[in-house]
Structure formats: structure tokens, C-alpha cells
Design a protein around this ligand. Structure first.
Ligand code: NAP
Length: 450
């Protein structure tokens, strides 16, 4: 039997696992996969992005565990491309490299005051409450009465909902203790979600919007005037798409609800952009400008009307999308924040592929990455069959890392972390209590070089 194809996959989130699974199912050629991550733990945003109260969404990790159990799978945590190993070293130890690194940073608003203390990217807040080891020292001050969340996507909804959960709702989740205590103790009365376009154009999805109406300690508030559609939006709705229709129905229902007097209110506002964040040494308010929708290249875009407003707020979360980051030695398109590719074949780099958000941008749900990764893997396997990938690497990744004296976390190490976290959660009725520091993660999961 011929030698298996050796493939490195960089990034162990959903796209990485889906790519690994598709590769490991192949008989012709047989494939071995080294799944690499800069963190000691796998699963990417399934572990560190999906909201802790969405345990059902996190259940996709069971499929990842099945993939990891396939012959030919290996995990290398704490291995960073660019510092621990280079792209060239990966090419020298594998027949092909697939990048599935997602989108590592946040998009900027580009408005005055954006970096005032008290203004945070939503991505940092999400990483903080989820126990990401790089974000545990951030000082989120929730001792405020109003929070403004800028953006109308599902991340904005996640942030608003997490801020609105009661101590009881948080108790059964794997939210970090520090975040759960800060949220439960906070005097927050109002969380404002600011959408720059109208309700028909909102990016969030109906199940997530529906949850806002089912919270124990918070209620959604919608001004009926915000739901009066301009003719272009009405036409867009007609042409639509289940999502906008269902979103609008839910928003109409919220607008008609009498106040229930719950402790916190989630106010959904539309057609308003932040113009500036203002405050003396820290955020005290968001200056807004009212928008109207105008057609631009077949799309309805927000245009400022000049009508201004002010929303006092002690905390601002900027939730306007993620953005990909360049990897040393790998082609990158700054404008789109992606690796330039055709169907996943990276342009301008030999034996290199991409899947997931770094291939197409930060869109879609977890499952979207399955089809996306399958497309990339199909091309990779076709190239392998055509004979363009055989590099006959002289040494293995494991050997390279041992020679460099790199301490990494292998799959058994991750399983030790996983078991320790689940065991800590069990008596508390929580799915797990996450290890939150690099030191604790490495102590539990580290494999020492031979
Ligand atoms: P997203 O869905 O792309 O939403 C970004 C939002 O930011 C949009 O409402 C956008 O408005 C707004 N925005 C962009 N630039 C702005 C600006 N300068 N000023 C004001 N608003 C601005 O991104 P996301 O929420 O980060 O989510 C990323 C992906 O993960 C999405 O596909 C999402 O569905 C998915 N996700 C899913 C779940 C779930 O299934 N529960 C949870 C979290 C995330 P415009 O539309 O006007 O551009």
C-alpha cells in the first residue's frame, strides 16, 4: 500500500474539524491529518465563541470527538504558525497545508472615541465570558446602568442576552465565575441594540431574536415607529426570505407587549448609527445619527439624515463583525480579510488550501463550514490524485517539534483537560468549569518533548 498523504490543518475550529473529517474518510489516497492550534484546546468558537447558555449548539463537539477518534488523526495544541513553526516548515513536513484559522480580530467602526475606556470589541467580551485564556485579565466594568451594543448580528444578540441573564440562568452554564458574578451583580437596567439599517435588514436570525422574549429577568422593548417600513424595505420583505419575515413578526409582537416590569430591558433600535463615543476619560454616551435607507448597487444601505441623538451609556460593545488576520508567509487579501483562493485552493502558494471564515469571510452558522470544507477537500484530493501534492516529507511534524524543544498538547492532553473540566462542573450541575489560564491548561495537558 502506498504512503498516506500527510496533511496539516491549521486551526481546530469547526472548519478544521470538518476538513479533517472529510480527509480522513478518503481511501484514495489514504490521508493522515495533523490538526494544529495555537491554543492548548480544540474546537475554536464552539468552545470559546458560542454563548455558554447555548449548550445545544456546543453539542456539535460530539461530532468533532468522532473525527478525532478516526485512524490517522493527531492534534497539536500550543503550536502557532508564524512563531512555533513557519508555513515553509509545515510544507516541508506535509504534502499539503489547509488553513482554517477563522477570523481572529474585529472590524473597526472608524468613529471618534472608539478606543475610550469602556468601549470594547464584542469579540473580547465573548472571549472573556467564555474563559479564553488570553482574555481573562480584561477589566470589564459592568457597574453601569446602560450598555449599548452596536450591530445587529447574532453576536450582538448573544452579548445582549448574556448581559441580561439572571444568576439562576447562568448557574447551569460554563460561563466563567468572574463573568457570571459580574453580570448577576451588575446594576444594568437597559441594554440597547443599535442597528444601522431597518428591521428587515437585520442580520440576526429568528431563533436568537425569539430567545430575547423568553428571558427570566429581562424583556425586549421595541418602538412600533421603528417597524414602519419604507417602500424599498417592504418590497425587500415581499421578495424575502423567511428570516426577515419571521424577525419582523417577532419584533411586532415585542412592540405590542405591555411592559412586564422585569429587572432589565433589551431595547432594539433601528436606523441609527453611532457617530461618536464621548466621555471624560471613559465612555459616557453614544452620539447617534438617524439613517434612511437608499438603494446602492442593488442593496439598501444606510445614509445619515443629519438628525442626531445621544444615548448615555457606561459600556459600549462594538459588534460589527469579525475580520481575518494575515499569517506570515501565506497570501492575504487585506480588504476582505481572507486568504485569496479559488474554491479553497490558495492562489499564489503551492500545496496550500483554505476553508471556513478565512476562506469566505465571517458568515454563516457552524454547519455552513461543513460544505465549505468539503469543497476544499475535494479539490485537495483531486490534486493529490493528479500527482501534484507528493512532497515526500523527510521528517514528521512531531520530530520537528521535538527537535525545536516545543512543548505541545496532544489529543490525550486535551482529553485530560476536558475530563478535569467536566469533573469540576459535575457537582455544580454545570457542563464544565473551564481551566482559564495558560498555566493551568498546560499543567494538565502538556506533553513534554522526548
Ligand atoms: P454579522 O452577522 O455580519 O453582523 C454584523 C452586524 O454589524 C450587521 O448588523 C451589520 O449591519 C453591522 N455593522 C457593520 N458595520 C457597521 C457599522 N459601521 N455601524 C453599525 N453597524 C455595522 O456578524 P456577527 O454578528 O459578528 O456574526 C458573525 C457570524 O456568526 C454570522 O454569520 C452569525 O450568524 C454567526 N453567529 C451565529 C450565532 C448563532 O447561530 N446563534 C451566534 C453568533 C454568531 P449591516 O447589515 O448594515 O452591514
Amino acid at each position: 500500500m502506498s504512503e498516506p498523504l500527510r496533511v496539516a490543518i491549521v486551526g481546530s475550529g469547526p472548519a478544521g474539524f470538518y476538513a479533517a473529517d472529510a480527509l480522513l474518510r478518503s481511501d484514495d489516497p489514504r490521508v493522515e491529518v495533523n490538526l494544529i492550534d495555537r491554543l492548548p484546546t480544540p474546537w475554536g468558537l464552539v468552545r470559546l465563541g458560542v454563548a455558554p447558555d447555548h449548550e445545544n449548539i456546543k453539542a456539535v463537539s460530539r461530532a468533532f470527538e468522532k473525527t478525532a477518534a478516526r485512524p490517522g488523526f493527531r492534534f497539536f495544541g500550543c503550536v502557532e504558525v508564524g512563531s512555533t513553526v513557519s508555513h515553509e516548515e509545515l510544507l516541508a513536513t506535509h504534502d499539503a497545508v489547509v488553513y482554517t484559522v477563522g477570523a481572529q480580530t474585529d472590524r473597526r467602526l472608524g468613529i471618534p472615541g472608539e478606543d475610550l475606556p469602556g468601549s470594547w470589541p464584542a469579540t473580547a467580551f465573548v472571549a472573556w465570558y467564555n474563559g479564553h485564556p488570553d482574555f481573562q485579565d480584561l477589566a470589564f466594568d459592568l457597574d453601569v446602568e446602560r450598555v449599548v451594543v452596536i450591530g445587529n448580528g447574532n453576536v450582538a444578540i448573544d452579548c445582549a442576552r448574556m448581559l441580561a441573564l439572571t444568576a439562576e440562568e447562568l448557574a447551569s452554564t460554563d460561563t466563567t465565575d468572574a463573568a457570571a458574578e459580574a453580570i448577576a451583580r451588575s446594576p444594568i437596567r437597559e441594554i440597547v441594540l443599535l442597528g444601522r439599517r431597518g428591521p428587515v435588514q437585520a442580520a440576526f436570525t429568528p431563533p436568537e431574536l425569539k430567545e430575547l422574549g423568553e428571558l427570566a429577568g429581562a424583556e425586549p422593548v421595541v418602538d412600533p415607529a421603528d417597524l414602519v417600513l419604507d417602500p424599498a424595505s417592504a418590497a425587500e420583505l415581499e421578495a424575502d426570505r423567511e428570516r426577515a419575515r419571521r424577525n419582523l413578526e417577532l419584533l411586532q409582537e415585542y412592540a405590542a407587549r405591555p411592559p412586564a416590569g422585569k429587572r432589565r430591558r433589551i431595547v432594539l433600535r433601528f436606523l441609527a448609527s453611532p457617530a461618536a463615543l464621548v466621555g471624560d476619560g471613559r465612555v459616557e454616551a453614544v452620539e447617534t445619527v438617524r439613517n434612511e435607507l437608499v438603494e446602492d448597487g442593488g442593496r439598501l444601505v444606510a445614509r445619515p439624515t443629519g438628525e442626531t441623538g445621544v444615548i448615555p451609556a457606561g459600556l459600549v460593545l462594538r459588534s460589527v463583525g469579525y475580520k481575518g488576520v494575515a499569517l506570515p508567509g501565506v497570501p492575504f487579501d487585506e480588504r476582505s480579510g481572507t486568504i485569496p483562493n479559488e474554491g479553497g485552493r490558495v492562489l499564489g502558494a503551492e500545496r496550500t488550501y483554505a476553508a471556513g471564515w478565512i476562506k469566505r469571510g465571517p458568515s454563516g452558522v457552524i454547519g455552513t463550514n461543513k460544505k465549505d470544507a468539503a469543497e476544499t477537500v475535494e479539490l485537495l484530493l483531486a490534486d493529490a490524485r493528479a500527482g501534484t501534492l507528493r512532497a515526500e516529507p523527510a521528517r514528521t511534524l512531531e520530530r520537528l517539534l521535538d527537535e525545536k524543544g516545543v512543548e505541545y498538547v496532544d489529543y490525550a492532553g486535551w482529553q485530560a483537560i476536558d475530563a478535569a473540566e467536566r469533573a469540576a462542573g459535575e457537582p455544580l450541575g454545570r457542563p464544565r468549569v473551564k481551566l482559564r489560564s495558560w498555566a493551568a491548561l498546560l499543567e494538565t495537558g502538556r506533553r513534554v518533548p522526548r
